[in-house]
Design a protein around this ligand. Structure first.
Ligand code: KIV
Length: 253
């Protein structure tokens, strides 16, 4: 049965999420039984070779969301709102989120806490489910000086909890918690009655999310916390080198 946002309830996990950006991988991860697929703006880095996610456009996200939606996954499909498509005003955010929903997303995700609570509220009131994203926010990499762990001090941890509560109050149905110490993620998880979906934030969460290319061994420099469950890079290298050898040797076709 198709997953709905209302299926993601506190205590109903652990929920398993993964990213996918195109038709074939959306089909495969759905067959593998994930609960949620994120069409992440990480596609800028893992698919397009960009140094960060700042260059990803709404057009990129719409195109890839359409491809994922065409696979008709049972998993919930969430599309990332790229950099500067929601920061400017709640009205801009609504117009841009609507494009992702029309492209086939079941919900959208945006980065930030309390400071974007009004944006989240506006989208939710318009009927667009929103997933929050706190901790390391890759779209703020210029301000933070790099992909750094968040929530390390007591003050940062208090801010994380405040952000999580603000997102929950604004109507977010779930919150991604990225790259924070496990105990901080645990406290955030305890502080809200919506599921937390963690990445590089330990086990005390309501679910986990990983980037597909890290999981299948297609990322050149995966983050330290990502677990590699397969080696698709090696499978491609082996298959294509054999093809090259056979054509050169006149064995194929
Ligand atoms: O874009 C993405 O892949 C993400 C995950 C890291 C949560 O936001």
């Amino acid at each position: 049965m198709k997953r709905r946002v209302t299926d993601f309830k506190k205590g109903g996990g652990p929920y398993v999420w993964i990213t996918a950006y195109d038709y074939p991988t959306a089909r495969l991860v759905d067959e593998a039984g994930v609960d949620g697929i994120l069409v992440g703006d990480s596609l800028g880095m893992v698919m397009l070779g960009l140094p960060n996610t700042l260059g990803v456009t709404l057009r990129d996200m719409v195109r890839h969301t359409e491809a994922v939606a065409r696979a008709k996954p049972k998993a919930l499909v969430v599309a990332d709102m790229p950099f500067m498509t929601y920061e400017t005003s709640p009205k801009d955010a609504l117009r841009n989120a609507a494009k992702l929903i029309k492209a086939g997303a079941d919900a959208v995700k945006l980065e930030g806490g309390l400071e974007y609570a009004l944006v989240v509220e506006k989208l939710v009131k318009a009927g667009i489910p929103v997933m929050g994203h706190i901790g390391l926010n890759p779209q703020r990499v210029l301000a933070t000086g790099g992909f750094r762990m968040a929530g390390k001090t007591e003050e940062q941890k208090r801010k994380l909890i405040q952000d999580a509560k603000a997102l929950r109050d604004a109507g977010a149905f779930a919150i991604v918690v990225e790259f924070v110490p496990p105990e901080a993620a645990g406290e955030v998880t305890q502080s809200v009655d919506v599921p937390t979906i963690c990445i590089g934030a330990g086990p005390h969460c309501d679910g986990q999310i990983l980037v597909l290319h890290d999981v299948i061994g297609l990322t050149e420099r995966p983050p330290s916390f990502a677990k590699k469950y397969g080696d698709v890079a090696e499978a491609i290298r082996t298959a294509v080198s054999q093809y090259v050898r056979e054509v050169k040797a006149g064995q194929y076709p």
